[in-house]
Design a protein around this ligand. Structure first.
Ligand code: ATP
Ligand code: MG
Length: 404
């Protein structure tokens, strides 16, 4: 594979960890090149995002030995696929041996290691994902990915149908990369192949699908892509609950920071079941619970009620979930910007009395204690959290005396 120019700016040129890594590999006769995200970032002149991927021309065992000899921590993250992860100063570097596919079934590939860079490039998905860069910024670009990147075109390497048959996840990756780096219209050959093969997506694992979908939704402006995917039946199996992008567009216009899970909630029908979706997409328990809160009919966020109402609901939901529901609510009257700012800035206080205080007043442990404390809490919230401990204790005493 011949060099195809140099980076104008080499963003890792002063990175000591990168230097350490290349010294260790080079010292053992292993050639390494960046590939994927970091090279795209560097070519576009953007700051480096995500985690670095590198391709190396020796088998993973050789790479592990070289790193260990240089006292670099190394984790065998996917030996079968040729991947090991070096950890330097806490940062991971994924090193994958050059490979070619021996067997593919649309979901998994059996790979053979090779020392042929072009062979490795040919099994990658899109032209700009087969861009490589050396430590010194020399670029290798066997499929003219730089032109496609500059023209905002996501183009499959080789025949799109064939490449999708090898690994159907590439359908979702096509849309993911289009959302980040493409511009309308879609590359027609790629889009039509995705549409034709949409039915094959059902055979994928939830984890792989989730990763691509969430990365897609995290992009600056994913709504048009989501709409196109829905029309092309790409979402039929994995997100049949998707009912359009109107709320996603409204959310994006309002949100203070992009959040893929919240954006996911915004494209789901009101009666979508968070638990079902969580299981299907292998969301974590925490993500599923958050999705559940975002999809629930209640509580309706009372923006018009002003700061007192905002504080009461922020206290009940917590600032983050409150912000989720507020941002997802459409057409709410009132100053939602101020409510959002409060959710971000205000830490709800803790109720200054507890069950122990009720016991000290002579009550026996039991449900009555809980009910009394809840009553004090309601009174404290209604008073906009102004009452201090002494005042709350006085209210508790009053309620105890008033109780029959
Ligand atoms: P990101 O910045 O989001 O990590 P990336 O391009 O680095 O983007 P990865 O998923 O980390 O994407 O994959 C690294 C590289 O491995 C890709 O650029 C591509 O060359 C190759 N690759 C990953 N998944 C596939 C796939 N399913 N089919 C073909 N090539 C793939
Ligand atoms: Mg990557």
């Amino acid at each position: 594979m011949k060099p195809a120019g140099r980076l104008d700016v080499v963003p890792w040129s002063n990175d000591a960890a990168v230097r350490t890594l290349f010294d260790a590999l080079g010292g053992s006769g292993i050639a390494a090149r960046f590939v994927g995200g970091w090279v795209r970032d560097a070519v576009r002149g953007e700051p480096l995002t995500n985690e670095p991927d590198l391709a190396v021309d020796k088998p993973p065992e050789t790479v592990m030995l070289a790193l260990k000899a240089a006292r670099i921590k190394v984790v065998p993250t996917g030996l079968k696929h040729g991947t090991v992860t070096a950890v330097i100063a806490g940062a991971p570097y994924e090193l994958t041996t050059l490979r070619r596919d021996v067997e593919t079934d649309g979901r998994h590939a059996v790979v053979a290691f090779t020392d042929d860079w072009l062979e490795d490039a040919s099994r990658r998905d899109f032209t700009f994902n087969a861009l490589y860069a050396d430590l010194d910024g020399t670029i290798y670009d066997p499929f003219d990915g730089r032109t496609d990147l500059a023209q905002a075109r996501v183009r499959f390497i080789g025949d799109p149908d064939l490449r999708i048959t090898e690994d159907r996840l590439r359908i979702l990756r096509f849309f993911r990369f289009h959302t980040w780096f493409g511009r309308a219209p879609f590359d027609a050959a790629g889009f039509e192949a995705c549409r034709r093969n949409a039915g094959s997506l059902r055979g994928l694992s939830g984890e792989r699908v989730r990763k691509e979908l969430l990365r897609l939704l995290q992009a600056p402006a994913p709504a048009d892509t989501v709409a196109a995917m829905r029309e092309a039946a790409i979402l039929d199996h994995w997100l049949p609950e998707c009912d359009g992008t109107a709320r996603l567009r409204a959310l994006i216009a309002r949100e203070d920071r992009p959040d893929a899970l919240r954006r996911l909630a915004s494209i789901l029908a009101a009666d979508a079941d968070a638990t079902t979706i969580g299981k299907r997409l292998k969301l974590s328990t925490q993500e599923s619970l958050r999705l559940d809160v975002m999809l629930a009919a209640d509580p309706v966020i009372d923006v018009a009620g002003g700061p007192t109402a905002w504080r009461a609901q922020i206290y009940a939901l917590g600032g983050n979930l409150y912000a989720d529901r507020l941002l997802l609510a459409v057409d709410v009257p009132g100053d939602w910007r101020a409510a959002l700012a409060m959710a971000r800035a205000w830490t709800p206080p803790e109720l200054p009395v507890s069950g122990g205080d009720a016991l000290k007043l002579g009550l026996k442990p039991g449900p009555k204690v809980g009910a009394l404390i809840e009553a004090v809490e309601r009174w404290w919230i209604d008073g906009d959290f102004a009452a201090d401990r002494a005042a709350c204790l006085a209210e508790l005493e009053r309620l105890v005396r008033a109780a029959p």
